[in-house]
Design a protein around this ligand. Structure first.
Ligand code: ATP
Ligand code: MG
Length: 286
């Protein structure tokens, strides 16, 4: 994928997040008693040259909710995540995170505003994007210490607790190449959690893994969902989606064709396009 946005930079650095993430316990986010909206995106449009990739996407995520995006290749799922994360600047529409400020696209968006958007979320990519020359621990504390200015000792203690939590305490001094794909991806998740973001974004977190490693990564994400983290997940793992999602959005051709709770959308899709897509995934040989 070629990146044309001048704001673009290394995804590993993007995953390292920014300075305004909320504080609190290293593991459990503070979920307020009310279920008010954390993210409200309206009418998001994005073209790359003549290719209109998003054609007016609306998306709402309540605090503590898990939203799963599904859809065919090229339907714009990654572009939606990147827009929520401030990595991509939509051509039109608005995004409101955590009560504001509402970012209105179309007019130039001040850099500080875009960075504020980026700071509220952390993204886990299909490929872990760990820094290869850094140990696991160094990878995890990079964002907190360099961007968020968390004292090193604090960042290390929090990183160790998170690594322990995903069963990787003994790998703290290993280099990424010394880990399995599933372990690398779990470190990628820990690196995102270490930033204490309000919103976790996952872009096909298991699709680059060998099948036998998928389960260990999904198990970690499922635990995070149960703990109340707010997440938007792009995945083709429909069984997993059914277990964790509060809401599933089916994206095709840059629009949300249909959305609903997984139980409804997976078993009684209303739209023919949704039905065809689900059929292709569930019965690829038919
Ligand atoms: N930076 C970019 N420059 C040019 N075209 C892009 C860029 N990013 C995405 N596109 C194009 O936008 C369309 C949507 O891409 P996107 O990555 O959002 O789709 P996707 O649903 O995530 O697909 P996949 O399931 O294959 O990951 C594709 O046609 C892609 O080629
Ligand atoms: Mg994608």
């Amino acid at each position: 994928m070629s990146h044309t946005d001048p704001a673009d930079h290394d995804e590993a650095a993007d995953a390292a997040g920014g300075p305004d993430a909320p504080g609190g316990d290293a593991l459990a986010p503070e979920v307020p008693a009310d279920d008010s909206m954390l993210v409200t995106a309206r009418g998001i449009r994005k073209s790359f040259g003549a290719n209109e990739v998003l054609r007016g996407v609306d998306l709402e995520v309540r605090r503590g909710e898990v939203v799963v995006l599904i859809g065919p290749s090229g339907s714009g799922k990654t572009t939606v995540l990147r827009s929520l994360n401030g990595l991509e600047t939509p051509d039109a529409g608005s995004i409101l995170v955590d009560g504001g400020p509402s970012i209105e696209f179309g007019a130039p968006v001040p850099k500080a505003t875009r960075f504020a958007l980026r700071d509220r979320s952390a993204m886990v990519f299909q490929h872990h994007n760990l820094f290869p020359h850094m140990t696991v621990l160094q990878n995890v504390i990079e964002g907190p210490t360099q961007v968020q200015r968390v004292p090193r000792a604090t960042a290390i203690a929090e990183a160790e607790a998170l690594l322990d939590r995903v069963g990787l305490a003994e790998k703290r001094d290993a280099y990424p190449f010394e880990l399995s794909g599933g372990q690398q991806q779990r470190v990628g998740i820990v690196r995102a959690l270490a930033l204490k973001p309000m919103l976790l974004l996952f872009d096909e977190p298991t699709s680059a893994l060998d099948p036998e490693l998928v389960g260990e990564v999904l198990a970690v994400i499922k635990e995070l969902a149960e703990e109340g983290w707010t997440m938007v997940i792009v995945t083709h793992e429909l069984g997993f989606a059914r277990q964790v999602a509060d809401e599933v959005l089916f994206l095709d051709g840059g629009v949300v064709v249909e959305q609903g709770p997984p139980k409804e959308l997976f078993t009684k899709p209303k739209e023919e396009r949704t039905r065809r897509f689900l059929d292709r995934i569930l019965r690829p040989l038919d």
